[in-house]
Design a protein around this ligand. Structure first.
Ligand code: SF4
Length: 225
């Protein structure tokens, strides 16, 4: 998004004019505007106080597969990128196993700032940050969303009553009132950090890794339709 293209927006009429113009923007322009002009130096929730970086997302703005995790960890917060460090390396290995690379997908989180001590984000924090993820999804318009971990799966599907083990394999759909009747399929799978916490010696990590790879193959298959 070029600076000159970003109009000063004020009042209902200005916002409506911007909305009409934005409908014709490319995914790259939409994401760029969202990051620079909507999120900016966001302080809409208490997570702003402890963060080093706002971790917006990374990858192809035209990706057919969007990965969504829960929130940035310490390394992501330090570097300002999603899924770096050991969990990121594990995700890269999963992508590689199904013939994908980071530049073919887009990776984002439900909340853009690191919850202190890697605790779960609180409902009010998720509510404050959710419009940004929803706007990212509308801009990218993926064919399928892979929810990494229970919190991402719950947020995206609206199913707060099931464990991830029970959400996996269910025909979940992402809905957004701004998308009208359109829905986007969700593939729920385990978060790489969850797998890394499993016992590596007894084959438990391998067992969960096989499930994730099977889920990612399913996501690829959906994206290719
Ligand atoms: S988590 Fe989201 S809403 Fe909260 S301060 Fe960060 S960007 Fe803003």
């Amino acid at each position: 998004m070029h600076g000159a293209q970003i109009a000063q927006v004020s009042g209902v009429a200005g916002r409506e004019a911007l909305r009409r113009r934005a409908a014709a923007w490319t995914p790259e322009h939409k994401l760029s505007y969202l990051r620079a002009k909507v999120i900016g130096d966001c302080r809409r929730c208490p997570l702003a106080r402890g963060r080093t970086s706002i971790v917006f997302g990374a990858g192809s703005p035209r990706a057919e597969i969007l990965f969504v995790g829960e929130g940035p960890g310490a390394e992501e917060d330090r570097r300002g990128e999603p899924f770096v460090g050991p969990a990121g390396a594990r995700l890269d290995a999963f992508l590689d196993e199904v013939g994908l690379s980071r530049d073919q997908v887009y990776i984002a989180n439900v909340v853009k700032c690191r919850p202190p001590g890697n605790r779960d984000p609180r409902p009010a924090e998720v509510d404050a940050c959710a419009p940004f993820l929803r706007a990212q999804i509308r801009a990218i318009d993926p064919k399928v969303i892979v929810a990494l971990g229970r919190h991402a799966a719950m947020f995206l599907s609206g199913r707060h009553d099931l464990s991830l083990g029970r959400l996996r394999g269910k025909p979940l759909r992402y809905r957004d009132p701004k998308l009208g009747d359109k829905t986007i399929p969700i593939v729920a799978t385990y978060h790489p950090a969850f797998i890394l916490r499993k016992d590596a010696s007894g084959g438990e990590q391998d067992r969960f890794a096989e499930l994730v790879v099977a889920d990612l193959r399913r996501a690829r298959s959906i994206a290719s339709r």
